[in-house]
Ligand binder design. Structure first.
Ligand code: GRF
Length: 208
């Protein structure tokens, strides 16, 4: 597939891919990934957690696992977004990161950042893409009357939730579901699917 993706090197249990996880909130997906990495022989290892808020609850999951976990808030001012990504990039470089995992990270990354990591930058989105991209997937799925939703692990490209799809799983929408009900049901599936996709990505299961 020639879409400008440069995939990561092959990881191994002896030499796992050095992974950074970017979060914005509670980090239940991060917690599930850390649990997976700590309880299985794994070809990827989280060595850095970055949040765009120092208050993000998920930072505690990283710290509890002994992983360097830092909040980098977006600087004020017109060039705040660029400066923010420069700070993140500096941390990624200083920790020799090889794979960047977005797990509930709520900012759109600039094309410059994406192009530096394309193929080694992964996201999970709580819908069956290309349906319901963007920040309100559950609300949009319910408003559309969908009877099935799900989650998608994809490589990140310059668009919004538009990169190459690696894995998808369906999750039923039940009558009377609230956004919170659907979110929780989908998260339970995400917590298995993302580690699986990262196992596959780090061992070369996806063609370049
Ligand atoms: C997940 O549902 C993910 O798909 C979406 O944000 C949620 C993150 O939840 N992008 P958490 O912070 O991991 O609990």
């Amino acid at each position: 597939m020639g879409e400008g993706y440069v995939m990561p090197r092959l990881g191994s249990t002896a030499n796992p891919l050095r992974t950074a996880v970017l979060i914005s909130g509670g980090g239940s997906g991060l917690a599930a990934l850390l649990e997976h990495q700590n309880s299985n022989p794994c070809s990827h290892s989280t060595v850095l957690v970055i949040s765009d808020s120092r208050e993000a609850g998920g930072l505690a999951h990283g710290r509890a696992a002994g992983v360097k976990s830092i909040g980098i808030p977006i600087p004020q001012g017109p060039s705040g977004r660029r400066e923010h990504e420069e700070k993140i990039q500096k941390e990624l470089e200083s920790e020799d990161i090889e794979l960047v995992v977005l797990s509930g990270y709520m900012r759109i990354l600039t094309p410059e950042f994406v192009s530096a990591w394309k193929g080694r930058l992964v996201n999970i989105h709580p819908s069956l893409l290309p349906d319901f991209p963007g920040a309100h997937a559950h609300r949009d799925a319910l408003a559309a009357g969908a009877t099935v939703s799900g989650c998608t692990v994809h490589l990140v490209d310059e668009g919004v939730d538009s990169g190459r799809i690696l894995e998808q799983r369906e999750v039923p929408v039940l009558s009377g579901d609230t956004e919170a009900d659907l979110q929780e049901r989908i998260k339970a599936v995400e917590h298995k699917l993302y580690p699986l996709a990262l196992d596959r990505l780090s061992t070369g299961s996806y063609s370049p």
